[in-house]
Design a protein around this ligand. Structure first.
Ligand SMILES: [Zn+2]
Length: 98
């Protein structure tokens, strides 16, 4: 549902200039929101742990559509580094980060 309608989107920062930490921003693309981010926030830890598992255990070397590549923003895939993404996700899994 989300990929087809683009109702939800996000942006990650290896180092956000304001927080000076890695950061993820996830937002509803629909004016006024559909409540998707509210549901995501509730299940965030579980979803993020599963995503980190996929990235950490994918057999590809540099990234692929199965782990880190973005299906809608193919031009951005060239700048994605799998090792940096793994470090980011493992950092975000630390309990003190949330
Ligand atoms: Zn992969």
């Amino acid at each position: 549902m989300c990929d087809q309608r683009r109702n939800i989107d996000g942006k990650t920062f290896a180092m956000h200039p304001e927080t000076q930490t890695p950061a993820i921003f996830i937002f509803d693309n629909f004016d006024g929101g559909l409540g998707l981010t509210d549901a995501l926030f509730i299940a965030f830890d579980d979803i993020f742990e599963k995503a980190a598992y996929i990235v950490n255990h994918c057999n590809c070397k540099e990234g692929c559509p199965g782990c880190i590549y973005l299906p809608r923003r193919k031009e951005e895939n060239m700048s994605i580094n799998k090792e940096v993404k793994k470090e980011f996700m493992n950092f975000m899994l630390k309990p003190s980060v949330h």
